[in-house]
Ligand binder design. Structure first.
Ligand code: MEV
Length: 431
């Protein structure tokens, strides 16, 4: 018997009832009945994150807070099919990512790669006065590098046994409003962890040795969220015809040029990328503020805020897109290992490690951006947004069951997505 081909290319997924969608996802990802129960129980929201676990995650817990979890379909990344869990409150994002992934599939999907998981821990040394003393302190730190790395590595034997740990350090002197400072960067390979705990512990552990060597006073010891040694990259060719023709390609290129030249536009351009990136980062239980901070700092790394994606036209007139951003994300440790929903989402994704997860997230970011630029260049963003928004308005107007779709469709057709009009239509159809 031939084995069923596992594909994420699912047409009409959005039209299916919720339970059928879950069945497809469960088949794809081999979810157990208990795992399915985390999401749905008899058509109602499932067990989710239990209070006991929540109470261990943060302080002063009084409950848990739900957000919609959707699945983006059609993603082919490095020749592997993925169903992408996305946690987000904004309408159109999941649909847009799925559409862009469908277009990318025409030319083979996304090709992605991620660097080693090197995170930077910063150690601030103050109180060393004068150029020559600072230069000597830098030299002394470099001379004692192996000893410093050894102390750092004693803090995390497990990480070291996996091939990770503190690998190198860098020194610099910076001029600040509080005088010159020696800054040491501890470079730590954190493997499949996000890494903040490991790095912060290592930085704190080397304090007295650094003070001894430099004669200065160590103040801050903390990870840098500008994780520019932990980058993810994805690229895709978007078929001209699947995009809607040469004019659409040109429109997208103009939209990209706008973002490249104007930080006001670049901020929104990157926000659209982060719609996709954050939604997956949250789904897999990771620190999305860290990813946000890293992405925006990276976007400004040349002293001017720039888009995280780039686009150009190839010789066939197709659109080529690429994205590069730092992704400090983990598949072990922290909430990723504690929150049962995060573990479930990771299982749905089927990623083996943080490197593969970074490849997926970068691809979703590119897809999200492409979808936004296409919508903006072709028809404006509101039409897509409006259909779901219209459903909300219909519900607010009191529509029930099938009435919701009828009212929503009508107010969109009439371009009157307003509560008063929805109420009128509801009255009319009930008569
Ligand atoms: C909205 O959440 C995101 C967009 O504004 C992104 C963009 O303008 O590129 C549509």
């Amino acid at each position: 018997m031939s084995k069923k081909v596992k594909t994420s290319r699912i047409s009409g997924f959005y039209k299916l009832p919720i339970e059928e969608r879950l069945k497809i996802v469960a088949d794809f990802a081999n979810l157990s009945d208990d795992e399915k129960k985390l999401l749905l129980v008899n058509g109602k929201p499932g067990l989710g994150l239990d209070l006991k676990t929540a109470d261990m995650m943060i302080e002063n817990v009084i409950g848990t807070f739900d957000l919609p979890l959707g699945i983006a379909v059609n993603f082919l990344i490095n020749d592997k099919d993925y169903l992408i869990p996305m946690v987000i409150e904004e309408s159109s994002v999941v649909a847009a990512a799925s559409n862009a992934a469908k277009v990318a599939r025409v030319k083979g999907g996304f090709k992605a790669k991620a660097s080693e998981s090197i995170m930077i821990g910063q150690i601030q040394v103050v109180g060393i006065k004068g150029e020559s003393k600072l230069a000597n302190a830098m030299l002394a730190v470099k001379k004692q590098k192996e000893k410093i790395l050894k102390i750092a590595n004693e803090q995390d034997k497990v990480l070291v046994s996996l091939g990770g740990g503190a690998k190198d350090l860098e020194t610099s002197v910076i001029k600040t409003s509080a005088g010159e400072m020696l800054i040491i960067h501890l470079l730590v390979d954190v493997k499949d962890a996000m890494g903040a705990n490991a790095v912060n512990t290592m930085c704190e552990a080397v304090t007295s040795m650094i003070e001894e060597i430099t004669g200065g006073k160590v103040r801050l010891r903390i990870i840098s969220n500008l994780a520019d040694k932990r980058l993810a990259y994805a690229t895709a060719v978007f078929d001209k015809d699947a995009l809607g023709g040469g004019k659409v390609v040109d429109g997208i290129l103009e939209a990209y040029a706008f973002a490249d030249a104007d930080p006001y536009r670049a901020a929104t351009h990157n926000k659209g990328i982060m719609n996709g990136v954050d939604a997956v980062v949250i789904a897999v239980g990771n620190d999305w503020r860290a990813v946000e901070a890293g992405a925006h700092a990276y976007a400004a790394r040349y002293g001017r805020y720039k888009p995280l994606t780039r686009y150009w036209k190839n010789e066939k007139g197709d659109l080529v897109g690429e994205i590069e951003l730092p992704l400090a994300i983990g598949t072990v440790g922290g909430a990723a290992s504690v929150n049962p929903l995060a573990k479930l989402c990771r299982k749905i994704l089927g990623v083996k490690n943080a490197n593969e997860l970074a490849c997926v997230i970068a691809s979703v970011g590119l897809a999200q951006n492409l979808a936004a630029l296409r919508a903006l260049a072709v028809e404006g963003i509101q039409r897509g947004h409006m259909s779901l928004h219209a459903k909300n308005i219909a519900v607010m107007a009191g529509a029930k069951g099938d009435e919701i779709d009828v009212v929503a469709r009508k107010i969109v057709e009439e371009k009157k997505v307003r509560l008063d009009r929805a109420k009128e239509i509801l009255e009319e159809i009930r008569k």
